[in-house]
Design a protein around this ligand. Structure first.
Ligand code: F6R
Length: 364
């Protein structure tokens, strides 16, 4: 059943190129994006003036990435909220509000409750899920199914990349509708998005640098993940993955926040995992790495292939292929998944069945 892999988590990590390909297959027809269900009229779509992405856990992190893309391409204000908060406050919802619910299982109690509440208040709801016919799919006005197939390991990996791919297409659709993206740009972006499947394969072909970095960090009691922009969003996911499967305490911070508190934690050998891929804020991340290094931190950098300079600042460098910054979440998340798994195994943990967790959270 594990197809020759030692655990489901690894099998599912290696299933990610296929997940991305299948999630994109058949979606772009004559320059127009096609979704599984779309009960919204072009007029309703054009009228959208606010987006809330609601989700829990890893799915929430996929939402954080999507916020950047939605605002960049469509200029529609977008907020991302954990469903358990959204449902108990009084968010600003009008008929031109789009609520995007992201849920692998399609049955998370808080996410479902948030959808129901939003619909009562008049919002349009778009669901992104892995499970056909799930409550999230049934109760939404539009659906994009991610084609992750069944995910067995409790820690979400391939479903996360599928969600990011689906949310990227939704952001492209909104960009096209609002005039921020031309059809030619949609085609180009879609092609580059599809190419990430190949880039993930490249990462998976040699994971030795990831294992080396993991071995250096395995005995730590705490770790910090830092990055900026898209890099910050995947730090949240990297820290969650590490916590949930290795029980090593980890936190993620937007790197610019270091000076406002977290840097006090650092001491000799404290692991700082920095997402330092090429982006408009690359130099700023490098400064944060230098500041951490000066306090004795052990630096693991996720960097863009060809960046030799980063070796001067980091103890361990994990390279990922060069992609447009907006797609770096897809590529750079993969080494963070493998890093967490590697540490968990070195610490003797069951990576598929972490303690205290269930695959689907159908009660509040
Ligand atoms: C973490 C993880 C959880 C889920 C969360 C939401 O690896 O899997 O944080 O992401 O419980 O689940 P879904 O996406 O099914 O709503």
């Amino acid at each position: 059943e594990k197809g020759g892999y030692p655990d489901f988590m690894l099998k599912e990590i290696y299933d990610q190129p296929r997940t991305v390909r299948d999630t994109l297959a058949g979606r772009l027809v004559n320059g127009h994006l096609q979704f599984d269900e779309l009960a919204l009229t072009p007029e309703e779509l054009a009228a959208i003036d606010r987006v809330y992405i609601i989700a829990c856990g890893t799915s929430y992190h996929a939402g954080l990435i999507a916020k950047n893309l939605i605002e960049m391409w469509s200029r529609i204000p977008c907020e991302v909220e954990v469903a358990s908060e959204f449902r108990y406050r009084n968010p600003i919802i009008t008929p031109s509000t789009l609520v995007v619910a992201v849920s692998q299982s399609g049955e998370t109690a808080d996410t479902l409750a948030a959808i129901r509440d939003a619909r009562i208040k008049g919002a349009k709801v778009f669901g992104i899920t892995n499970v056909v016919g799930s409550p999230v799919a049934r109760e939404s006005d539009g659906v994009i199914y991610i084609k992750a197939n069944k995910e067995i390991a409790v820690a979400a990996t391939k479903s996360f990349l599928g969600q990011v791919a689906a949310l990227t297409m939704l952001a492209m659709l909104l960009g096209q509708i609002k005039g921020g993206l031309t059809t030619a740009q949609i085609r180009m972006l879609f092609r580059e998005l599809a190419d990430t499947a190949l880039q993930i394969e490249q990462i998976l072909a040699d994971t030795s640098a990831i294992d080396e970095a993991a071995a250096a960090c395995k005995d730590a009691t705490s770790a910090l993940f830092i990055g900026r922009g898209i890099g910050a969003t995947i730090c949240y996911e990297g820290a969650l993955k590490l916590k949930e499967i290795s029980y090593l305490h980890a936190e993620a911070y937007a790197a610019g926040e270091m000076k406002h508190g977290p840097i006090a934690l650092l001491h000799e050998g404290f692991p700082v995992i920095a997402v330092a891929t090429k982006s408009p804020t690359y130099d700023k991340v490098v400064s944060n790495i230098q500041e951490s290094k000066a306090r004795g931190a052990l630096i693991v950098a996720i960097a863009t292939e060809g960046d030799e300079d980063i070796k001067k600042h980091a103890d361990y460098v994990i390279y990922v292929p060069k992609v447009r910054d907006c797609f770096s979440a897809i590529t750079a998340s993969v080494p963070l998944q493998l890093f967490a798994r590697s540490i968990a195994l070195l610490r003797g943990c069951d990576v598929d069945q972490p303690r205290n967790l269930a695959k689907s959270v159908t009660v509040e």
